[in-house]
Write a protein that binds this ligand. Structure first.
Ligand code: CTP
Ligand code: MG
Length: 581
């Protein structure tokens, strides 16, 4: 809560006017019963008809004033509350953007979505209206009770004695409803995740014929949801009539006991009406108290969850005195690098020199550590031992933004936004379309299929637009990476879905790019054979290295892969010597 108050403090001036308006509106409310009393006692019973018009005018004035100040209060509290939640949501999102890869390894998207939507809404509910209502109801309680005691303390005490059970029941109802709500909210999250996963994976479900199983899973969860909803209704049904009974009982007591007092001339009829007016101002705060404390408690729990994320210090951050090299060449060195995610080493003693402009290829079985290795260059993860150098400087000393600006990656899992093809390619630069754009789309073979499309580069892809093949998505990812114009280009299995011819065309284009250092991860010999050096990783270690020819001559792992991939071709190693391969 303290942290939220800090945010509120920033807008303290914005709160002055609604708070003043709130006071004025309450004060105006307090005059209403007084006027009723005067109309009954002085005008109707006392025959002083002359003041009636003034009283009615005052009543009209109060009603208008109440509406105006009520509106100002409501609007400005909402306005300030929206500003505060806007800030919190932005700060949260900004912080999430700063968190490193390993944070996202351990959390699912659904959970983060809940933080940025449901939890933020809970905070909005509290600061948008619940806190304001809470303060307002407390003021009503204090002022109305004082006024009731001054009208007739005996009648006031009789009525007030019925209030505690009502308050108790109202609080109890809210506690139960609150618990039921928590259960329902957790269950709804599960239901949503199931629905979302099913929809996202609808193709997989259909392909595996698992519709029935998925339906049953969903029905079961929906049934639970239904029962929890019913449970809420049951609680409501149990407590609400009793609370209603007590509220009415108070009014019955006011009329009957008050009536006796009027008959006995202890109070006037007008005073009884006034009394009744103030009693009404007591009943609502008591009934609302439980609901409001619930919202505030929920806000508190949500704030804790949100600030727990905000308190996570990103493990990978900019060094205190970052180095900015003036001349960028794109040389990468792995100096005895070892790396582990948690306890298990996935890379051991890696030594590698990649000269500016050269091409290095990394091969190896799945899980060998290829992706992990390239992830260390842009500091998506930090190596556990050894150093990774960029142009001779330890990447941990370089300015993080500078480092990442100079590295372009085509990730293993292609991700494209639901936007136009052009916007997806321009993702890194965000600029207008340039000549460079036209060049990279040819190099990455994107142009070849986009020119066939009716809307060309303005075609919207993804969920809202047309579907693309795996290879087309990869080509767009390559174009996106090339357009970034970074000195180092990393292709992580980026041509795996392409046919040989397209892959060859892209390779040829990349070979011409003498100005950038290329690191290519691939499983196919065809994708790596022209590299200056090929390294073969196995269980996190470099087991072989050299050029295509040298590795074939060695007849080691690389040769095995080669034979596996070309087993149908009748070319032997002798052919290599004769220059056939
Ligand atoms: N790993 C992990 N946590 C991650 C990513 C990977 O523990 N966030 C582990 C994997 O289980 C694997 C090892 O690290 O045993 C190496 O993973 P990776 O570098 O991704 O392997 P690749 O060689 O890239 O495998 P692939 O060809 O399948 O992409
Ligand atoms: Mg990989």
């Amino acid at each position: 809560m303290k942290r939220i108050l800090k945010y509120l403090w920033k807008y303290k001036l914005l709160y002055i006017i609604p708070i003043i308006s709130m006071f004025i509106a309450i004060a105006l409310d307090m005059f209403n019963p007084v006027i009723y009393q005067k109309i009954i006692d002085d005008v109707i019973k006392g025959g002083n008809h002359g003041i009636l018009s003034k009283l009615l005018l005052a009543l009209l004035g109060i009603t208008i004033g109440r509406a105006v100040f009520g509106y100002i209060r409501e609007f400005l509290f909402d306005y300030a509350g929206s500003k505060v939640t806007f800030d919190i949501r932005n700060d949260l999102f900004r912080h999430i953007q700063k968190l490193p890869f390993n944070y996202f390894d351990g959390i699912n998207t659904g959970e983060l979505m809940s933080r940025t939507t449901e939890d933020i809404n809970n905070i909005w509910n509290a600061i948008g209206f619940a806190i304001m209502f809470f303060i307002e109801q407390i003021l009503y309680l204090i002022i109305a009770t004082t006024l009731l005691l001054t009208i007739d303390w005996k009648l006031a005490l009789i009525c007030l004695s019925i209030m505690p059970p009502m308050l108790y029941l109202a609080m109890k109802l809210e506690k139960k409803i609150g618990e039921a709500y928590e259960k329902l909210s957790d269950q709804s999250a599960v239901l949503n995740t199931t629905a979302q996963e099913n929809l996202a994976g609808v193709r997989l479900v259909k392909a595996f014929g698992r519709e029935k199983y998925e339906l049953e899973k969903f029905f079961k969860q929906n049934q639970e949801n239904y029962e929890l909803n019913l449970n809420q209704a049951r609680i409501w049904g149990k407590y609400h009539p009793v609370i209603e009974f007590f509220s009415n009982l108070v009014l019955v007591v006011v009329i009957s006991v008050g009536g006796i007092f009027v008959v006995g001339n202890q109070i006037t009829l007008g005073e009884l009406v006034k009394f009744n007016g103030y009693i009404m101002m007591l009943i609502w705060p008591l009934r609302l108290m439980g609901w409001l404390t619930n919202i505030i408690a929920r806000c508190n729990a949500s704030a804790k969850r949100i600030f727990a994320i905000m308190d996570i210090e990103p493990e990978i951050k900019n060094p205190p005195n970052p180095v900015f090299p003036t001349k960028i060449q794109g040389k990468i060195v792995f100096d005895n690098v070892s790396f582990k995610y948690k306890d298990q080493y996935v890379l051991k003693n890696i030594n590698l020199h990649v000269e500016p402009g050269s091409t290095i290829a990394i091969m190896g079985t799945t899980g060998a550590g290829k992706t992990s290795m390239v992830n260390l260059i842009g500091r998506y993860y930090d190596c556990t031992e050894g150093r990774v150098l960029f142009d001779g400087v330890d990447v941990k000393s370089l300015d993080l933004e500078f480092l990442r600006d100079n590295i372009s990656v085509v990730m293993q899992d292609t991700f494209l936004f639901s936007d136009t093809i052009e916007e997806n390619i321009k993702f890194a630069t965000g600029n207008v379309r340039t000549e460079e754009f036209d060049k990279v789309v040819v190099e990455s073979q994107v142009d070849e299929f986009v020119k066939e499309m009716e809307e060309g580069y303005q075609t919207v892809i993804g969920e809202r637009g047309i579907g693309l093949s795996g290879g087309q998505k990869q080509r767009i990812s390559i174009a996106r990476a090339l357009l970034k114009k970074a000195k180092v280009l990393i292709l992580d299995d980026a041509t795996s879905a392409l046919d040989m011819e397209t892959e060859y065309q892209i390779q040829k284009a990349l070979e011409k790019r003498k100005d950038i250092t290329k690191i290519i991860i691939a499983h196919r010999i065809s994708a790596v054979k022209n590299a200056d050096e090929i390294i073969v990783l196995d269980k996190g270690e470099i087991v072989e290295r050299g050029s295509h020819k040298a590795l074939l001559m060695k007849k080691g792992k690389y040769y095995e892969i080669y034979c596996e991939q070309f087993k149908d071709l009748d070319i032997s190693i002798d052919g290599l010597k004769e220059g056939v391969i």
